[in-house]
Design a protein around this ligand. Sequence first.
Ligand SMILES: C[S@@+](CC[C@H](N)C(=O)[O-])C[C@H]1O[C@@H](n2cnc3c(N)ncnc32)[C@H](O)[C@@H]1O
Length: 320
Amino acid sequence: MSQRPSPPNAFDDAVQANATEQAGRPGFPLVQAWQGLDLAGIRRHLVAALRAAGIDEAEDDARFMIGHVLEPVSLAQALADAALWSWQDAARLADLAALRLRRVPLSQVLGSKPFWTLDLKVTGDVLTPRADTEALVEAVLGCCGNAPLHMLDLGTGSGAILAALLSERPAWTGQGIDLSPAALAVAQQNIDACALTPRAQLAQGRWGEALRDHSFDLVVSNPPYIVREVLAGLEPEVRDHEPALALDGGEDGLDAYRVIIADLPRLLRAGGWFALEIGYDQGAAVLALAEAAGLTALECRPDLAGLDRVVLGQALAANG
Ligand SMILES: C[S@@+](CC[C@H](N)C(=O)[O-])C[C@H]1O[C@@H](n2cnc3c(N)ncnc32)[C@H](O)[C@@H]1O
């Protein structure tokens, strides 16, 4: 009769000694599967599991999750020195991995996402800030100077655009509006963490409807713009874990633009700027809405992939 082999290392001893206490944790089955493995083996197992779950960026995601658990120790250091990796680290990693294997976005698993020069808190209550949106930040910085200016971010979500612009322009102040109180709570934490509290005010509202006439020099927005029937076919990370309110642009994806653009001439001061993020195929439709609203100096700017991403323009100057 074969004898059960004794645990080969301290990691396995610790997993077995703490099994009862750990059993309820989401990552416990993974920790058990990792017995007998060193960090390099755990990393290989994790990458394979992520790939099997349909995650294309499996290697990157594994690296980010391991890095998050190890901080401030680097992956290279921990691979070279087993003493820098404990079973508690493995248990924490396994909990993160269990979420990611359920296709929770990496930003929500780690709790933050880099955007522009900032590291922003992210939860399931906000859209994860996208690199595409940096094209809007760049376009605005390119056309508005450093002079004092009061801006409005409609649908501020995590506060990403507002925080990025105010962090670049110390003389600017701004207001962020969102319909979701839960999103606003995240935005407030980001504004506070970026030390922008004195210059940024957040409020719940339906687009610009409660705001005073001609009170902004600049209005920006990345509204929900996905065509409703496309939503069901999106990646599970987006479809199942990001707020529908942040995604659903209605039957043709343009519902929010119709409301926001029609209100821009009222919200903007004479000659004030606006910048709207758009889907890659919405340039012509959004430009037509802006032209119909009497806005001027209209242009479409691309993102880094060369796709239409931002519609920019101005309210008529007072004598225009
Ligand atoms: C695509 S997300 C953009 C979030 C953030 N500005 C960004 O770029 O990462 C759109 C945001 O608009 C908000 N929103 C949707 N409908 C709204 C409405 N009627 N009034 C105000 N905000 C709304 C959503 O809650 C969501 O936070």
